[in-house]
Design a protein around this ligand. Structure first.
Ligand code: GLU
Length: 346
């Protein structure tokens, strides 16, 4: 075979491949752009240094095992919508995902049953009450219980497809893991600690059943929900989960399609209106980013089309949100100028 004859062809293919490659590397993290790697690294470094010595807040202790988690765990991770990973601090230590998991179970229900199912069977208005409020269920007679607080989240878990408890659990672990880009495992001490003490959540599930808003056995649904909250995650897992939402439902690291862009479109507004407990309005006012926190100390936020960012730091403020996580993410958003509502006039 005369290879010389093939050289122009090869050159063309090489040039063509380079063009394709250049095309796939989005402008997100290119030097000179507002989101260059240098700028992202600088913002994370500055935020880490600025807030590492903050001692405000306290670990959650209503789930006894959470009081034993090291309060000094402090990790920051940012994953771009094209899969570049930036980290600072402790990104190895794992905490239980807690309420952050509610986002991804809700997204899976939207994916399986369509967005109208969440609106009709659970409701998407904020309850205006604390995350584990029984009053919120009672006042609305089971309506408008919101998938990001306990009543709506347990209802959401009960809606996940699966003929029995084991199948539903498998489905939930799979979707949470697909968002994170690796198989997540259960933090057994946290699960046992909460399962032995979750009478309030069981009461909520039974009250929902009485109002026709529980879609599986209430005891088993509460148990699956409790396990879901006890999945272990590190900061990078949370940032990858957020980045998958930022990238329209395709995990930018593994490239797996987890949910559709339409599912993401209906997921983010619920985070924007109910992601940080009673302080959601304050958070959204100051960052413009849909986000979700959990009592394990994790907080993730989504910058649509650009990146996901997460921080793990267990001490919480009075509203139940990680103190350092809020400070860091707000700082990074401002530093990078990525609040989606910051509009430069034409
Ligand atoms: N498993 C926790 C509960 O049901 C989750 C609470 C949270 O993170 O907001 O109380």
């Amino acid at each position: 075979m005369n290879t010389t004859n093939h050289k122009p062809g090869r050159l063309f293919i090489a040039a063509f491949s380079l063009c394709l490659l250049a095309g796939t590397i989005s402008s997100i993290a290119q030097p000179g752009n507002p989101l260059s790697p240098e700028k992202i690294n600088a913002a994370l470094d500055e935020a880490f240094t600025k807030f590492k010595d903050v001692k405000d807040g306290k670990n959650a202790d209503y789930i006894k095992e959470l009081a034993n988690v090291d309060p000094d765990i402090f990790g920051i991770a940012l994953v771009t919508a094209d899969g570049q990973v930036f980290t600072k601090g402790d990104i190895e230590s794992k905490v239980s995902i807690q309420s952050v998991s509610k986002v991804f179970t809700m997204a899976k229900v939207i994916e399986e049953q369509g967005h109208q199912a969440i609106q009709d069977k659970i409701g998407v208005d904020a309850t205006g009450e604390v995350f584990n409020s029984i009053v919120a269920v009672e006042r609305m007679r089971g309506k408008e219980i919101n998938p990001l607080v306990n009543p709506g989240a347990i209802a959401s878990t009960s809606l996940i497809s699966g003929a029995d408890s084991a199948a539903k659990w498998k489905n939930i672990v799979q979707v949470q893991s697909d968002f994170a880009g690796r198989p997540l495992s259960l933090n057994m001490p946290v699960y046992i600690s909460e399962a032995g003490d979750n009478l309030r959540n069981q009461a909520i599930a039974h009250l929902l059943l009485a109002y026709g808003r529980m879609y599986f056995d209430p005891v088993q649904a509460t148990d699956i929900y409790t396990k879901q909250c006890a999945l272990n995650v590190n900061t990078k897992d949370l940032a990858t989960m957020a980045a998958t939402l930022a990238n329209g439902g395709v995990n930018p690291v593994t490239k797996k399609k987890v949910v559709s862009p339409e599912t993401v479109m209906y997921t983010l507004p619920v985070m924007a209106t109910a992601g940080l407990y009673d302080d959601t309005g304050i958070w959204f006012y100051n960052s413009g980013l849909p986000a979700k926190s959990g009592v394990g100390g994790g907080l993730l936020a989504v910058c649509p089309g650009k990146f996901g960012i997460a921080v793990v730091s267990p001490p919480l403020d009075a509203a139940g949100n990680s103190v350092k996580a809020q400070l860091v993410i707000r700082y990074v958003v401002e530093k990078l100028g990525v609040n989606p509502y910051l509009i430069q006039p034409k």
